[in-house]
Design a protein around this ligand. Structure first.
Ligand SMILES: Cc1ncc(COP(=O)(O)O)c(C=O)c1O
Length: 477
């Protein structure tokens, strides 16, 4: 048997590699130059998408040129365009310029960031960005953390550590079958659904999740939190954790983190902060005082694929005492155990994944290429754009704000229409391809939501969006 040659079918020659980079570079520059002229939300070519979905697995290969032709003919025109200046739905940024390149080269060198000896330099980079983030809040040197797929995964990791800490040394062996009193977790009624999801995944059960009402500014009411906790204790349950929000998903409100930290300390509870949306605004002077209180928490999630403008996926979780992460996640079967080194960490022992990609590179480069001060300017600009939109809405007779604007998102509605009418206006606006906004539900009233995380949006885009909304509303029964 001759196995030395030929080279694998799955590799390119050096010439083919060069051609691939040329083709992709050409696509990137044409795409970015044309994106603002595209409909921000596509008019779907359903037959073309169905054809793709019905295609059987190919037995033989397709040329690079054909792959890219199909990508440009079907995938791109049926995609949403986060680089379009009027892309403002949910909490999703325009990617910054360097991070997509970091993703490409990280894939090329394909580091497995599970065990340090499989990825020593990536390990150093991941440790570095985790430390940079921990330092932003003044967390102690005992703090550990890791890059995750996003805020939901970061919340799940943080709450797993909290649960296992509450269950004690037997947590991994007995799980929730130990017949102790039910664990209870407290959060606000404005919290992101990833917390509800984590509570059910972790076996705590959503009937043991208390959504504490919020005040007029959508911040958790500590008096009601305390009353709920006393009731649960009196009825034999075991309160173990409070989740505060640093940026709630609808209005961007921030729970009173310092007061929550004092309360949790007094009551012996774990404080987790869901900072997926807002925690990184600590970089800006405007938000620093409020956000630096996060350093009092036991754990926090934050999302570089939000305010560091990384493309999906990049989240991060920090846990004040990294021993809690190891307690919850370490697994050292003999087939993995190779060597320990005081300079490095086996990130596989800090979270649920074994194989992990080198996401830390895009986070590191995002900060190294542009510097933290660039993010300060961008974050401030995002809240200025939101403030401008709010004042423009207040000047109009046909639209009204649903909530005061304190951050980078604006929830508003058409005055003359009911909830169903406002839903119709949002759908028509999005379907028109002129602007992509998301839905808002504030105090039970439905409207539209613009979330400013877009590096290309200007004041004239906001004027255009409001005029188009007004026009569509005028034609909506
Ligand atoms: C407040 C909040 N928490 C958690 C998440 C979930 O984050 P991810 O989408 O990165 O999983 C989001 C997403 O927008 C969010 O706004």
């Amino acid at each position: 048997m001759q196995l030395e040659a030929p080279p694998s079918d799955l590799l390119f020659s050096p010439d083919e590699h060069e051609r691939a980079w040329e083709l992709f570079a050409d696509f990137a520059s044409r795409y970015l130059a044309s994106v603002a002229a595209r409909p921000v939300y596509p008019e779907l070519d359903r037959p073309a998408l169905r054809k793709i979905m019905q295609t059987p697995m190919p037995r033989s290969g397709t040329s690079l040129v054909e792959l890219l032709e199909e990508f440009e003919a079907v995938i791109v025109p049926n995609a949403t365009h986060s680089a379009h200046p009027r892309f403002l739905p949910y909490v999703q940024p325009t990617p910054n310029a360097i991070a997509p390149y970091a993703d490409a080269v990280a894939s090329l060198i394909s580091q497995n960031c599970n065990l340090w000896h499989l990825s020593p330099s990536a390990n150093a980079v991941e440790q570095t960005v985790v430390r940079w983030f921990a330092d932003l809040y003044g967390f102690p040197s005992s703090t550990g953390g890791l890059i995750t797929s996003g805020g939901s995964a970061a919340n799940l990791v943080g709450l797993t550590a909290a649960r296992d800490h509450a269950l004690g040394p037997d947590a991994r062996t007995r799980g929730l079958q130990g017949n102790g009193p039910p664990l209870v977790l407290y959060t606000s009624d404005e919290v992101h659904s990833s917390i509800d999801k984590a509570v059910s995944i972790l076996g705590i059960g959503t009937e043991n999740l208390r959504h504490i009402p919020t005040d007029a500014a959508f911040r958790m009411r500590i008096d009601l939190l305390e009353a709920a906790l006393r009731r649960d204790r009196a009825e034999g349950r075991k309160p173990f954790c409070v989740v505060g929000s640093a940026g709630t998903v609808t209005t961007g409100s921030v729970d009173p983190i310092r007061e929550l930290a004092a309360f949790c300390k007094q009551e012996g509870l774990w404080l987790h902060i869901d900072g997926a949306y807002g925690a990184l605004t600590v970089l800006s002077q405007r938000y620093r005082a409020e956000m630096s209180a996060i350093g009092l928490a036991d754990s926090v999630s934050l999302d570089p694929h939000k305010f560091l403008f990384c493309p999906a996926e990049a989240g991060c979780v920090l846990v004040r005492d990294r021993a809690h992460l190891r307690h919850a996640f370490s697994a050292t079967p003999s087939y993995l155990t190779m060597s320990e080194d005081p300079d490095f960490i086996d990130f596989a022992n800090y979270g649920p994944q074994l194989t992990r990609s080198f996401k830390a590179l895009k986070v590191w480069w995002s900060l190294k290429r542009f510097g933290a001060d660039a993010y300060v300017r961008v974050i401030d600009r995002m809240s200025d754009l939101a403030a401008y939109m709010a004042s423009a809405i207040e000047e109009r007779a046909d639209l009204e704000l649903l909530a005061p604007v304190t951050f980078n998102c604006v929830c508003f509605r058409v005055r003359s229409l009911d909830d169903a009418g406002n839903r119709t206006v949002l759908k028509r606006l999005v379907d028109s391809g002129d602007a992509f906004l998301g839905p808002a539900s504030v105090n039970g009233r439905i409207g539209l939501r613009a979330c400013f995380m877009n590096l290309r949006t200007s004041q004239s885009d906001i004027d255009f969006i409001l005029d188009r909304t007004g026009e569509i509303a005028a034609g909506t029964p």
